[in-house]
Design a protein around this ligand. Structure first.
Ligand code: FES
Length: 574
């Protein structure tokens, strides 16, 4: 499997006898490294998405120290380097706009430097796919070490989960059932340790899928951030990457079609974030793997959701880890996986999870007692979304999965915020809320705003869910009957642009259909009248993004970033 003879690329920097070798070694000696580290040992880059502006990753400098210990212990030479980082709560207009920028930074930082293998330190939502995308294109041996989820939140006698309970408490406050003082009190009780969101949001989903892909050590993904085992696992990952370099076990040998299928299966079993669809598409695109959107739906029909974790279930990530974590989930469905897929451990995924055990049967269910009989995410098609849309059925009120209602249309996010609580808005709980111009181009950046708040007057009736449709994404911590990623998006003339107030819309989840109930002639007439909006940016990275981003059904990567490797020779700097 991993038997190609390794050629240490770092030797072209540090092993030289000429002037360049002098320069490369001399400038490293400026950091206090002795001559002995240039003896041909593997140089391990530790790609750190640490930032105080990415609170979920703010402890990754400590994690990096544990990785370094492992690298030194195994006879490697660790060198930590930063890239841009992406913190969900702060970045505007949305971190999604910068995922590809981070992936470019990761790829080029790896390729341009004297590195033989790389450890990827990630956590917050986009940092995991961005690092994997960049590493796949750079094609070196790579191992992922997530920072781990935070400890559980707790307010009075209630356990509270990141994101999910923010939306819930906000609705309670808007409905007048929670005071501002209580709302503020809860704020201090939710995020009480280092780590990423501890619901099955995008961060927990993508780190769990990194393990399912075979890119982390077994059992690494779900260890809570403050747990000492997080650092032990980081240490062992440092040891393992040195061996991977010696075995020439590159990331593209692990990231095969089988691995991608396994990740989708685990995504369905854990009720993962809808964002996983976009990120896995983008990762597969980097590896040159054809991954039609229909593959998610095929697998969704085969894999029951067995993890009882918020927002689709009851528990939080700390409970998931204590119950056995990703290895125990994979063991439950191992006969449905491609068990021979090779992983960073050098063993197959089936070998990795052979000894895994479930310690709490209410958290990780058996296949004959699932949370939901099929996977948590479905792919819809129809005249409203010819290239697809995504719905997380596990997080929706089930009666809305088969629903027909009257459209209430918002032109964009601002329009929705301005009018959603207007007492004169003609809306009731049977209506379908439609928001457009919030996709990759229209957003711009496809912000996580698809889970529109319910109108106050509907909330006041005690209603907690309505059918909502948009070309946006939503946070993995969100819930509701929310159809997302409608493709093509309205801002490029997709059918969402044709919807008018009062139109009837039908969602038929059983048949994976989303239809605007107008005839084809009327649809075409409306789309001919559509006018392209002004671009949101005319310069800089924003312009690069708008000119190159692919639609949601293609993973929102840049077209020119698909694939791996580089034809360009690494020239010499002097
Ligand atoms: Fe970083 Fe949720 S805000 S993972």
């Amino acid at each position: 499997m991993a038997n190609d003879k390794p050629v240490l690329r770092s030797q072209d920097w540090f092993g030289r006898k000429d002037k360049l070798g002098f320069i490369h070694r001399s400038w490293m000696k400026a950091e206090g490294f002795p001559q002995s580290v240039f003896d041909g040992r593997p140089v391990i880059g530790i790609c750190n998405s640490w930032s105080e502006l990415t609170n979920c990753n703010a402890h990754l400098r400590q994690v990096a120290e544990a990785v370094k210990r492992g690298v030194w212990a195994a006879g490697g030479f660790p060198l930590e380097f930063p890239t841009i980082s992406l913190g969900e709560p702060f970045m505007r207009p949305t971190t999604m706009m910068f995922r590809n920028l981070m992936a470019m930074d990761v790829e080029e930082s790896i390729r341009a430097n004297p590195i033989d293998g790389v450890v990827l330190l990630c956590g917050c939502d986009k940092t995991t796919p961005a690092q994997i995308m960049g590493a796949v294109s750079a094609e070196l041996p790579s191992i992922v070490v997530p920072g781990g989820p935070m400890l559980k939140g707790r307010w009075k006698d209630q356990e509270i989960g990141s994101g999910t309970d923010v939306w819930r408490f906000d609705e309670e406050r808007r409905a007048g059932r929670l005071t501002d003082a209580q709302f503020c009190d809860i704020e201090s009780c939710m995020s009480r340790s280092a780590g990423h969101c501890m619901t099955m949001g995008t961060a927990s989903t993508m780190t769990s899928l990194a393990e399912a892909l075979g890119l982390t050590l077994t059992g690494c993904a779900n260890i809570p951030a403050p747990d000492s085992r997080r650092y032990e696992s980081a240490h062992r990952s440092g040891e393992r990457i040195v061996e991977m370099v010696k075995e020439n076990l590159t990331i593209t040998k692990i990231l095969t079609k089988k691995a991608i299928d396994n990740a989708i299966r685990v995504d369905m079993a854990i009720g993962g974030s809808t964002n996983a669809v976009i990120h896995l598409k983008a990762i597969a695109g980097r590896a040159g793997i054809d991954l039609p959107l229909s593959r998610f739906d095929e697998i969704s029909r085969q894999i029951p959701m067995i993890l009882n974790c918020s927002p689709s279930g009851k528990y939080l990530m700390e409970d998931v880890y204590y119950a056995g974590g990703v290895p125990a989930v994979m063991k439950e469905i191992v006969h449905l996986l491609d068990g021979d897929a090779i992983t960073c451990t050098g063993k197959s995924i089936a070998e990795n999870v052979a000894d895994a055990e479930v310690h709490d049967r209410d958290v990780i269910r058996s296949l004959d007692n699932p949370i939901q009989a099929t996977g948590g995410t479905v792919i819809l098609h129809g005249n409203l979304c010819p290239n697809g849309a995504v719905l997380k059925t596990s997080a929706a009120e089930q009666h809305l999965l088969q629903h027909e209602g009257r459209a209430v249309v918002f032109e964009n996010h601002t329009d929705m915020l301005d009018r959603i609580d207007d007492p004169d808005l003609d809306v009731d709980e049977t209506c379908v809320l439609v928001m457009r111009n919030v996709g990759a181009i229209g957003g711009p950046g496809m912000p996580e705003v698809g889970n529109m708040p319910l109108p106050k007057k509907v909330l006041a009736k005690g209603v907690r869910d309505m059918l909502r449709i948009s070309d946006a994404r939503m946070s993995g911590t969100s819930y509701g009957a929310v159809v997302l990623h409608v493709a093509p998006e309205a801002a490029v003339g997709g059918p969402l642009a044709a919807v008018r107030n009062g139109d009837r819309i039908r969602l038929d989840t059983a048949n994976r259909k989303l239809e605007l109930l107008i005839d084809e002639h009327e649809m075409n007439k409306r789309l001919r009248e559509w006018e392209e909006p002004e671009p949101a940016y005319d310069r800089g990275y924003g312009r690069l993004f708008l000119e190159n981003v692919l639609q949601a059904d293609e993973g929102c990567d840049f077209g020119f970033l698909k694939g791996k490797g580089s034809k360009a020779k690494l020239g010499l700097p002097f």
